[in-house]
Design a binder for this molecule. Structure first.
Ligand code: 5CA
Ligand code: ZN
Length: 409
């Protein structure tokens, strides 16, 4: 699939800092040490509804990861998927009497527009589940040949016991895993499974549902976790730097993905760090397509809200926090954008070098965007109160805000 156009990332004077970030698997802040090409996989959308603030907040977090890396003069190899065939997508298409392919295509197109407007950097490889199927089938066959997968009434399941490291990503106990598995696409109650947690790798063709040639697995469609594993292994390989998503993906999705890949390759780990963003809520409940309590990026844009203000609204919250979207979050962001734009519209101002370092420091410290915003606020307030004589300082500030925060002033 094609991704979306990249906004330019200005180069800044001096050098960026290495990123320290919270890793779910160890529960600690780790200083990442990527090579000259940092590798990151961020789980993409299931395209059955438009991009909401929760999605945007999560993608914003991983955009910051990349901006910190780019500022250290590294290249970034970023991969993202689109879950363009899965139960919720098929169910929504059936509910609305739409063709599931057309639904996935139109929602993916809208997602691209939202990402472009928000200046979120595009992945180098943007891969749909459907286009990944020819690569998924041999992986499932290999897992079966290794004894890590088994057949149940035509479906193929992964055996979680086949990976000695199973459980290390989320650190949850069996009871918690079982609950989350039932909530998040698993089928722990299905009789005949070796372990209730075992997830599906390949689902045999069902009446009235799309299916593909699965070689020795028979016709069917892929399970959710193996989709991301196949795409990540194909484009990044084992031991990539960051596996990213919202906190609702830590279990089962990222846990199972890590185990699939580790069982397949005999190598460890799948990713060096598992990074998870908090959940954005609306009216007291997690914003979710299934619940329908949503604020859409595209709706705000249509109402004339500047995408830069939407981005500032996201940046005002630490990526790991769970937070609530309210009208005042947006109002404050619009006001902040106005103050910043006024401050950089003059040819000179207070010195900017220290601010650039403050921005670098804040983001390198577990992506502390709220502290970064506070630093720009202080500079803008000084500019408004007393101005300054540093020629070109406002230009330096607007380039730094663009490069590190993705906000065009
Ligand atoms: N296609 C799969 C991943 S392979 C999927 O989870 N799709 S999704 O459309 O449901 O979610 C896309 C991303 O947005 C995931 O990282 C998910 O964790 C994140 N996300 C979903 N809802 C919220 C929310 N309310 N707040 C923050 N992030 C969210
Ligand atoms: Zn995924």
């Amino acid at each position: 699939m094609h991704a979306w156009p990249a906004s330019e990332v200005p180069a800044l004077p001096g050098k960026g800092r290495d990123l320290r970030i919270h890793d779910t698997a160890t529960g600690e802040l780790v200083t990442l040490d990527p090579g000259p090409v940092a590798r990151i996989y961020v789980c993409g959308i299931t395209p059955y509804d438009a991009t909401h603030m929760g999605h945007a907040a999560t993608y914003n977090a991983f955009d910051l990861v990349q901006r910190v890396w780019l500022d250290t003069k590294r290249q970034v190899h970023y991969v993202q998927n689109v879950t363009d065939v899965d139960d919720p997508l098929l169910e929504r298409a059936t509910r609305d009497g739409k063709d599931w392919v057309a639904l996935a295509e139109s929602e993916t197109a809208l997602f691209r527009e939202d990402m472009t407007a928000l200046r979120l950097l595009p992945p180098r490889h943007y891969i749909g589940a459907v286009e990944a199927i020819p690569g998924i089938v041999p992986l499932v066959e290999r897992l079966r040949d290794l004894g890590a997968a088994y057949e149940l009434e035509g479906d193929t399941y992964f055996s979680v016991e086949s990976d000695a490291h199973f459980g290390e990503v989320s650190g949850l106990d069996a009871a918690a895993m079982k609950l989350l598995s039932a909530e998040r696409g698993g089928d722990p109650e299905r009789p005949g499974k070796k372990n209730p947690l075992d997830p599906m790798l390949w689902m045999a063709a069902r009446e009235g549902e799309p299916s593909w040639d699965g070689g020795s697995l028979g016709r069917g469609r892929p399970g959710w976790h193996i989709e991301c594993v196949a795409i990540a292994l194909d484009h990044l390989g084992m031991g990539f730097d960051v596996q990213g998503g919202g906190s609702d993906l830590a279990f089962p999705h990222h846990e199972m993905g890590a185990s699939h890949a580790q069982a397949l390759t005999g190598e460890y780990p799948f990713a060096k760090a598992y990074v998870h963003a908090g959940m954005v809520a609306l009216n007291g409940a997690k914003m979710s397509k299934s619940k329908g309590n949503l604020v859409f990026v595209s709706k705000l844009r249509r109402d004339g809200v500047d995408a830069a203000a939407i981005r500032l609204a996201l940046l005002a919250h630490h990526y790991r926090a769970d937070w609530e979207w309210t009208d005042s979050v947006l109002t404050e962001a619009v006001e902040r954008l106005g103050r910043w734009r006024a401050a950089v519209s003059r040819p000179d101002g207070p010195p900017a070098e220290a601010l650039v370092e403050e921005l670098r420091e804040a983001l390198a410290n577990d992506l502390d965007a709220p502290s970064a915003l506070a630093a720009v606020d202080r500079w803008a307030a000084r500019q408004a109160a007393e101005g300054g004589t540093d020629e070109g300082a406002p230009g330096v500030v607007s380039r730094a805000v663009d490069a590190l925060l993705g906000v065009a002033l």
